[in-house]
Design a protein around this ligand. Structure first.
Ligand code: ATP
Ligand code: MG
Length: 398
């Protein structure tokens, strides 16, 4: 297990998560389609890559697609076709469609382009007309549905695509059409085709914000958590053994306690910092020094994604209120009550309607908990990760 601190991990670098994997496999066996929700950096992508690997070794087909960077329906469709193509499914039909897509990309002709972007309408089985993007794709999915081998499609970063699409002309309508189209597809091809959606922005928050919940209400929600203390200890044992720095139980506990919330990613970066410091003996001072190193100005950018995502995910008013909330909370390790946070928000929003700010705060506190920023304990809200709290403090306060 190498000490990897950023990209998804595979093969021997993957620390097994047998229970989480089994939960996913159970749902697939029950013919469910899954929405995997989790705070960021918990290891969603790595886990689903592992699941795909398992599916393949069981003789099934699994296609993993990251749709981050796709900004419209055509790019999404191209990604789907490329993914299916790589898995060797229906090569002739796919290459015909790929060709049509390339032409469409060039001229946006040959496919109906409606006022709301590229037409995602579903066709009917009797309708041989592949003139719309949706229908062309659907013909492939019907082939999969009538073949022997089950196919798993894992779509990573779907909300990123939807956010990008939403910013385009007639974006709101196009997002809604794409989500409706996908839902219809799941209903039509429900025997052989399984879907898993995952992403670093919650798809559930995204659809709730836009009253589109019904477009995903057929998905079974599974939540992935950080590691338990026991798993975190095993994780550090393996990391230590594979990287020439064996850690005794006391040393592992020290690290886990200091991290506060054992995200695999945070364990990896703390371990990396300890190795980097050249410490021979891992004691409290060495762990403290590793933290101090991670919080040096030149290392802070690795946490910046946690701040940037707020701007990407929320409108300006919500993003500002979320940042103000976190700025307030990073100064209070023991947490603050909802009223105390509200007072802090009102102090910079003196002309705002208190009821509206209270409403906004309630919504945001829920989302910030769901996304792993905050934890509620005894009606007090606090940063979940000590590392993240200290990062916030460095960035915002000093
Ligand atoms: N099972 C695992 N074994 C070892 N390291 C892991 C594991 N899962 C996650 N990590 C660590 O976390 C990092 C991020 O993993 P991954 O990209 O899978 O998370 P993610 O939840 O998809 O993140 P994001 O929210 O940014 O999309 C990896 O680079 C690695 O350091
Ligand atoms: Mg990911």
């Amino acid at each position: 297990m190498r000490n990897i601190t950023g990209s998804p991990v595979e093969n021997d670098d993957f620390f097994e998560r047998p229970q989480d994997l089994a939960r996913l496999q159970r749902e697939l066996a029950n013919k469910a389609n899954v929405l995997l929700t989790a705070p960021r950096r918990v290891g969603k992508t790595s886990l689903v890559l592992r699941l795909c690997e398992r599916e393949r070794s069981a003789g099934r087909t699994a296609v993993f697609m990251n749709v981050e960077g796709c900004h419209d329906e055509l790019a999404f469709a191209e990604k789907l076709v490329d993914g299916l193509n790589e898995s060797g499914l229906h090569p002739e039909a796919l290459s015909r469609i790929s060709l049509a897509f390339r032409k469409a990309r060039k001229a946006l002709s040959g496919m109906k382009v409606g006022a709301a972007g590229v037409d995602m309408d579903m066709g009917t089985p009797e309708d041989p007309d592949h003139s719309t993007l949706g229908r062309a794709l659907e013909s492939i999915f019907r082939k999969i549905e009538s073949a022997e081998t089950p196919v798993l499609l894992a779509i990573d970063e779907m909300p990123e695509l939807l956010l990008a699409l939403g910013r385009q002309a007639q974006g709101t309508e196009r997002v809604s059409r794409l989500l409706h189209w996908l839902r219809a597809l799941r209903q039509t091809c429900r025997t052989k085709l399984r879907w898993i959606f995952l992403g670093s922005i919650g798809l559930d928050s995204f659809v709730d914000d836009r009253s589109l919940r019904k477009t995903i209400n057929d998905l079974i929600g599974l939540h992935l958590e950080a590691l338990s203390d026991k798993e975190a200890s095993q994780f550090l044992t393996r990391l230590g053994e594979s990287n020439g720095l064996s850690l005794a139980s006391k040393q592992r506990s020290l690290i886990i306690k200091r991290v506060g919330w054992p995200l695999p990613h945070h364990l990896q970066i703390v371990f990396h910092a300890i190795v980097d410091s050249g410490a021979r003996h891992v004691d409290a001072a060495a762990v403290e020094a590793a933290f101090a190193h991670l919080l040096q100005p030149e290392n802070l950018s690795q946490f910046d994604t946690w701040r940037q995502r707020l701007d990407e995910q929320f409108g300006q008013s919500d993003a500002n209120a979320a940042k103000d909330t976190l700025r307030h909370l990073c100064q209070h390790p023991d947490g603050r009550t909802r009223d105390q946070i509200l007072n802090a928000l009102m102090s910079t929003r003196q002309s705002a309607d208190p009821a509206a700010v209270e409403d906004q705060l309630s919504r945001l506190l829920l989302m910030l908990q769901r996304d792993g920023y905050l934890l509620e304990n005894d009606s007090r809200y606090a940063f979940r990760s000590f590392l993240l709290r200290e990062y916030w403090h460095r960035r915002e306060i000093r």
